[in-house]
Ligand binder design. Structure first.
Ligand code: HPA
Ligand code: ZN
Length: 326
């Protein structure tokens, strides 16, 4: 069997997916229309033109604007269900889904509206498609620590539905240290900590995520490659890295997929996984991320099997549930 044949059918897990980043233009148009909200695109062609990014901030501005049309519980359900339908097509059997409550509560949408819509889709996906999922509530790092604390408070009635807390949005100038106290408090509430680090920011931010936020997994982490000591530590401590190849090229953190460091990271012994990040914006869901890497980096069947294995091994499933997939 070739690596390409293998990846298309094998059961796999996705560990780095922003649900707001799976918002396809067609669904965005439909929800905008029913909620009577103006969006700056008349056609899919306009959308494609707008989705040309030169860095993370460029993308975030458009991503937050897109999320503006999500108002009702049904909107969050539709958004999440569309992602699960794609998972079912690709045989993604486990997904750890990030959501950004502040993107919505800042606009006056209740926390409960967001999570109830997502939760209803999770339950249906489990029943209809046999897809398991976990939720990662991500704090927006361009906002204040106080704001993150408020979000933590709002989440507490729904603690049983949320596995982990994360840290996303504009990385540069918003180091993990800014959120040390809210992560401490989140851990006390029982949340598992993760954070985006080393996507655009320096290796120093990865050290901070490890030492100050006590993270159990790093989102992206590519920039650890500038620091051999850090690479050694990540290997030794078996820290999972959720790498997002098509995101990295779309946001110009990597100039071309042929130069993506995924294979190098694997060769160094890093616990890398492949993920789609914001697939509606970056040109591909999970399987396409694998396919692009297999083709550009000439990954072997063995290497792809290892990546898939990592996707379960470094998930937050219980050891017992992992066994079902490994
Ligand atoms: N990086 C940081 N924040 C984000 C991203 C990302 O790729 N997607 C959604 N929020
Ligand atoms: Zn991300």
């Amino acid at each position: 069997m070739t690596a390409l044949e293998y990846i298309k059918q094998v059961p796999k897990a996705e560990l780095h997916l922003h649900i707001e980043g799976s918002f396809e233009p067609e669904l965005m148009f439909e929800i905008a229309q029913r909620n009577k909200i103006e969006i700056p695109y008349a056609t899919i062609e306009d959308v494609n033109k707008a989705y040309q990014f030169s860095n993370l901030q460029d993308f975030l501005d458009i991503y937050y604007a897109g999320a503006n049309v999500l108002i009702h519980e049904q909107d969050f359900y539709d958004l999440t269900m569309a992602y699960f339908k794609q998972c079912a097509k690709e045989n993604v059997l486990h997904a750890e889904i990030m959501f950004d409550p502040q993107t919505h509560t800042k606009r006056g949408v209740e926390f409960s509206t967001v999570i109830n819509g997502i939760q209803r889709a999770r339950e249906e996906a489990e029943k209809e498609f046999g897809i398991s999922s976990l939720l990662i509530m991500s704090y927006l790092r361009h906002l204040s620590e106080e704001d993150a604390f408020e979000t933590l408070q709002q989440s507490l009635p729904y603690k049983h539905l949320i596995k982990a807390v994360g840290l996303d949005s504009s990385e540069k100038g918003n180091p993990p240290s800014k959120f040390q106290r809210v992560f401490e408090a989140s851990i006390k509430e029982g949340y598992v900590p993760v954070a985006h680090a080393g996507e655009e920011g320096p290796a120093e931010y990865i050290y901070e995520a490890l030492d100050l936020l006590k993270i159990a997994r790093i989102d992206h982490g590519n920039n650890c490659l500038t620091d051999p000591k850090l690479v050694e530590r990540l290997v030794q401590e078996k820290i999972g890295l959720t790498v997002c190849p098509l995101s990295n090229t779309a946001l110009r953190n990597v100039d071309h997929i042929d130069n993506h460091p995924l294979k190098k990271m694997l060769d160094l012994g890093l616990k890398v996984t492949v993920n789609s990040d914001d697939p509606a914006y970056f040109g591909g869901y999970l399987t396409q991320n694998y396919i692009s890497c297999i083709e550009a980096l000439d990954l072997s069947l063995q290497e792809v099997k290892q990546l898939v294995r990592h996707s379960f091994e470094y998930s937050f499933l219980s050891e017992q549930d992992k066994e079902k997939f490994l």
